[in-house]
Design a protein around this ligand. Structure first.
Ligand code: TXA
Ligand code: MG
Length: 345
């Protein structure tokens, strides 16, 4: 890939956003902040621009992109809207939610990886909102990381992965949630299938009267030949250079296992705040208090990037988190980072 100059707008003011929108309209690529993670945007109606995203990310072209809209009402232009979408939109949009709908002709095949459906999301971030509104049509954007790396939660992460490969980066500071949006497939007026867990949780959906089924790929490794409903779920995302091994068992079993490994120079831990003291002297990164899954989710991708900067570390142990609330999203991302390697103690 030919190297190009990547412009970094440290202050994403009106002028910067207008400049970025102009680049998108001319077929360029610009990374922008959202409340979940940074996205790598291209004009969704420009077949060629969407193709450039796959090249810049090194992403397999069968993995479709999400269309980012300024308003949930804009969905009708790109997809066949149903009552389930309307209900979800009224409750959770703008917000960290992506909904799959049958696509309309206007959406190029390269954006949907050849699928007859399209993923739609309305980000709740002023910079993202103003950028999409300035472009005047949908912005296709996957997460702004190089394929196989953890998603980017700061402009620095985007720069590290994408400098020389894209036209610009709007810096909006650290992402609020730090994990990608919840992806839902409507299965009836008040029934959805969860394809990827995120900050709109199963509990929140059930509270709002939806029945929720989990796609198998959320909690289990698929066997060869099985295809997940969200094509991206089959890839081993978020894989740090070291092997990640998850630990499941009682508090005592976890403690004695971790203490037995803590002095090994090639071992690190992604642990709960409560375990820090026990692991004094070890390579241990605390994600946050065990009960605060949202905070742990927020820190996970930075922690995985930090581990990649320590070449001596060959193995990373982490406790398997609870699946409650935001815990399910953390559980899912850790499982994927580990390639589904869990030791039962
Ligand atoms: O929070 C987010 O969703 C971020 C920000 C930038 O909006 N975006 C993001 O995009 O995570 P990406 O490309 O990293 O993940 C999109 C996921 C992939 O797993 C993809 O397979 C799935 O959405 N997806 C896209 N279109 C789909 C479709 N038509 N049917 C099923 N899954 C789809
Ligand atoms: Mg991604």
């Amino acid at each position: 890939m030919e190297s190009k100059e990547t412009k970094l707008w440290r202050v994403p003011d009106e002028k910067a956003i207008d400049e970025a929108a102009k680049i998108l309209k001319q077929g360029g690529l610009v990374a922008f902040p959202t409340e979940t993670v940074y996205g790598l945007g291209a004009s969704a109606l420009d077949e060629e621009a969407a193709t450039k995203i796959y090249l810049a990310k090194g992403r397999p072209s069968d993995n479709p992109l999400i269309l980012h809209l300024a308003r949930s009402e804009d969905a009708d232009r790109y997809a066949v809207v149903n009552p389930c979408y309307e209900k979800l939109a009224s409750l959770f949009m703008p917000g960290p939610l992506t909904v799959i709908l049958p696509k309309r002709e206007i959406v190029p095949r390269s954006v949907t990886g050849g699928l007859s459906t399209v993923a739609l999301r309305v980000p709740a971030h002023t910079v993202a909102h103003r950028l999409i509104a300035a472009v005047g049509s949908a912005v296709a954007a996957p997460s702004a990381n190089r394929s196989g790396r953890p998603s980017c939660t700061t402009a620095e992460h985007v720069l590290a992965d994408m400098e020389g490969r894209i036209d610009g980066i709007l810096d909006g500071g650290p992402s609020d949630f730090g994990l990608e949006s919840t992806i839902l497939l409507p299965e009836g007026e008040k029934a959805v299938k969860l394809l990827r867990p995120g900050a709109i949780t199963v509990e929140m959906l059930e509270e709002a009267g939806f029945s929720v089924t989990l796609d198998k790929a959320v909690t289990e490794r698929l066997s060869d030949g099985e295809t997940p409903l969200a094509p991206g779920m089959k890839y081993r995302h978020y894989a740090p250079k070291a092997s990640v091994i998850l630990l499941s068992g009682s508090e005592e079993a976890l403690s004695s296992f971790m203490i037995s490994k803590k002095d090994l120079p090639d071992v690190a831990f992604l642990c709960y705040e409560e375990m820090k003291e026990m692991l004094t002297g070890a390579n241990a990164i605390s994600l946050g208090p065990q009960k605060n899954a949202a905070l742990m989710a927020h820190r996970l991708f930075s922690a995985l990037r930090e581990l990649d900067e320590k070449p001596a570390i060959k193995t990373v142990y982490a406790p398997l988190p609870s699946r409650q609330d935001m815990g399910l999203a953390l559980y899912n991302r850790l499982l994927k980072a580990s390639g589904y390697t869990v030791i039962k103690l």
